[in-house]
Ligand binder design. Structure first.
Ligand code: COA
Length: 190
């Protein structure tokens, strides 16, 4: 079934369906060792394209997904932020997770926090979800900071080993936010 793929707009950003011109920029950020610090490998151009096509298909099928992020007046594509159905191999499946990845030159501007708040509002509003989760590899403090800023709380019992990962990048922490928790947190500017 085809769903709405209407872009989501925030004061500085557009969360939209992927387009072909995003792919080389996405491949460049997936070839940046700093961006990929918490993964075992960099992605090749083909792997990066395949991943973006998967994100695009998820949006087509479900009406939500890891949206391409555009910053009008700054850059046509800076990375992604959005919601995704949790892979069935994950110990906390089923559910919907929130995730993000940004080209390094755009870190430190609050883009992901702004996009993630809009994605949560869409999830709890239009999509009618009751809970959204997120996880990141131990040590990924930039990602945990985003989770905390948008009102997520660590599930102490949720620590997990990401299936298929080798030891160094395997251990992860799980965060959760319930729809009733979100308004208070997202009244804060940071
Ligand atoms: C995780 C990641 C997206 C976080 O990027 P980020 O730029 O730190 O996140 P934001 O866009 O929300 O920006 C927040 C930062 O901008 C600052 N900022 C500036 N203006 C801001 C604003 N208007 N609103 C909020 N924050 C603002 C914040 O203070 C914060 O900086 P700090 O961490 O030094 O305190 C980025 O590090 C990344 O892509 N990492 C690699 C991929 C990855 O690990 N993804 C997650 C896997 S689980």
């Amino acid at each position: 079934m085809q769903h709405s793929q209407e872009p989501i707009r925030t004061p500085r950003l557009i969360l939209r369906q992927w387009q072909p011109s995003d792919l080389p920029v996405y491949a460049a950020l997936n070839a940046d060792p700093e961006v990929r610090r918490f993964w075992p490998t960099l992605l090749t151009r083909a792997q990066s394209d395949e991943q973006a096509e998967g994100f695009q298909r998820h949006i087509e099928e479900h009406g939500f997904g890891f949206w391409a992020l555009e910053v009008p007046g700054v850059a046509p594509f800076v990375g992604f932020t959005g919601l995704m159905r949790v892979d069935s191999s994950m110990p906390f499946a089923p559910g919907v997770e929130i995730g993000w990845r940004l080209a390094r030159e755009h870190w430190g501007k609050g883009y992901v926090t702004e996009a993630a708040r809009a994605a949560l509002a869409d999830g709890f509003g239009r999509l009618g979800l009751s809970e959204i989760v997120s996880y990141a590899v131990v040590g990924n403090e930039a990602s945990f900071s985003v989770m905390k800023r948008i009102g997520m709380n660590r599930d102490q019992a949720g620590d997990l080993d990401i299936p298929g990962r080798e030891a160094l990048h395997r251990r992860a922490e799980l965060y959760r936010v319930h729809r009733n928790q979100v308004n208070a947190a997202n009244g804060n500017s940071r």
